[in-house]
Design a binder for this molecule. Sequence first.
Ligand SMILES: C[S@@+](CC[C@H](N)C(=O)[O-])C[C@H]1O[C@@H](n2cnc3c(N)ncnc32)[C@H](O)[C@@H]1O
Length: 290
Amino acid sequence: MARTEALPETIAGALALGYECSRTPGTPLTSTTAQALLAHVVGRGRAWLFAHSEEPLSPADARRFVDLLERAAAGEPLAHLVGEREFYTLPFTVTPDVLIPRPETESLVDVVLEWVERRDLRAPRIVDVGTGSGAIAVTLAVKLPAAHIAAVEISEPAIRVAQANAARHGVADRVGLVLGSLLDPLAGPFDVIVANLPYINQEEIDALEVGRWEPRVALDGGSDGLRLIAGLLEQAPERLAPGGLLALEIGYDQGPRVVQMCRAAFPGARVTLLPDLAGLDRIVKVETDA
Ligand SMILES: C[S@@+](CC[C@H](N)C(=O)[O-])C[C@H]1O[C@@H](n2cnc3c(N)ncnc32)[C@H](O)[C@@H]1O
């Protein structure tokens, strides 16, 4: 896609250009992504594009669209290009300073919501460790209006994104964002400790596409991928209230090892390994006795 090429003059022309680019062999760009970029540029939904394909596209919008197409073709994630990703049906602001919230993490939110509902806790005390964009903490605050929610994050730029998302969803006064490492800044007790901490083996990160675009601090779990989870398991027993829940997101191949670590940290607790929607081991749930 040379910059000197004629710019599309209509929505139909831009859709055709996006489709053509998506057919380049080996490109990561899909036609759906191209449509999402065009919808973002013109500030409409994707359905609008097809119903208004004869509408003109201004030269400025056409230039912006072509620039975004080029970045998407170079592998930049759609969430970065449009500055947003949906999580649990809520829109979250996303920047290169935070992990892009993943669909598998929605299962972690489900585990917490089901547990709180089953326990019938009116105002559960919850902490989200490694909050990033705030996806987990903000979603829980929206779904559990009486909950007291804290969220810890080690990265200052990330915590600013979480702050923006809490404000965007009207829960800034109910999500206490704290800069710090793991549970260092908070004494508890908490009814729920939930965490999607970095869990990728540090040597693998450079080989992965995510390592190119997402912050290393959000991915790097040390030499075995379990450095942060092990650190949290050292602190969690002191801070989890009796009859509490610890819910952790893990790598698909870390289940047996993390279950073993949780059993050692919480002797006598009920430890369950749960799959994500793709059927891969993804969540370890620890329930302590009341
Ligand atoms: C895998 S990302 C998850 C982000 C978000 N919770 C989500 O599920 O989309 C892990 C987050 O933990 C943060 N983090 C890394 N080390 C940490 C530490 N020692 N204490 C607190 N947060 C940490 C990273 O900056 C990153 O935002």
